[in-house]
Write a protein of this length. Structure first.
Length: 144
């Protein structure tokens, strides 16, 4: 049985595979998606080209969204063969990943829980994921 937990934000995904032999395998997937921070006092990036308005900010946001789609695709690729999936992370990335996973017939039924979680060190991520699956196993045994 391959229990897998993932901590994800828009910059990085830390995928923790808990193998049935007690072995832990960690995969990092980095994102190329980056928003340019707006500097205080900075004016809008809207311009006119040939009399036609061009919204640079919308263009940047569209580019960011496309990069995120490619990032989520790489994350999903790293999840092939999982039996169960626990997703944690800050902000909207975990929810966006869940939406993408629900489009995948192989993985949509594998999602157990999606929970908010602040930034954690790698060791804390591993610990949280391990404890989640251990508590599920204990609950299964007490129900029998």
């Amino acid at each position: 049985m391959k229990n897998t937990g993932i901590w994800i934000d828009t910059r990085e995904a830390v995928i923790v595979h808990l193998e049935s032999e007690g072995e832990i395998r960690i995969v990092h997937v980095l994102s190329d998606a980056e928003r340019k921070p707006k500097v205080e006092g900075e004016k809008s990036k809207r311009t006119k080209r040939g009399g036609i308005g061009f919204d640079y900010e919308s263009s940047q946001e569209n580019k960011f969204k496309e990069e995120l789609k490619r990032y989520y695709a790489r994350v999903i690729e790293a999840l092939s063969g999982v039996d169960s999936l626990y997703i944690i992370g800050p902000a909207e990335a975990k929810v966006d990943l869940e939406k993408q996973l629900k489009k995948n017939p192989e993985l949509k039924s594998k999602i157990l829980t999606v929970e908010p979680c602040d930034s954690l060190s790698e060791s804390k991520i591993i610990e949280r994921i391990r404890l989640f699956f251990e508590s599920r196993e204990k609950n299964k045994k007490t129900r029998k």
